[in-house]
Design a protein around this ligand. Sequence first.
Ligand code: ZN
Length: 108
Amino acid sequence: MMDKQITLIKNNDKKDWTDLEWIREFYEFMQGENPDSIKTRSLDISKSDAFLIIWYLQEHFPVLPDNIEKCDSCSELFDSNSEGYYSEDRGTHFCECSATEEYYIDNQ
Ligand SMILES: [Zn+2]
């Protein structure tokens, strides 16, 4: 299955998650939303910085699949293999939210 490329070294929570679910949890964790099993202080990383870290783990130190993109309108993550589109003109990614380029909001 293309939506499960991540290979875990261990899976303490026995979660049967798609790549999108794992990366979305990591994205939210970096922004301060800890999963129930993580009892540490919360991080406070911006959406754009959090996705820059994900991008590093996709492109430079490739442990995460690079088909997970951040919508440049609503900032939600999505699997570009199954939804959304890429605007070559602007170099922007959009999920299936109501956004179109006319409603483009720069969240950076
Ligand atoms: Zn969106």
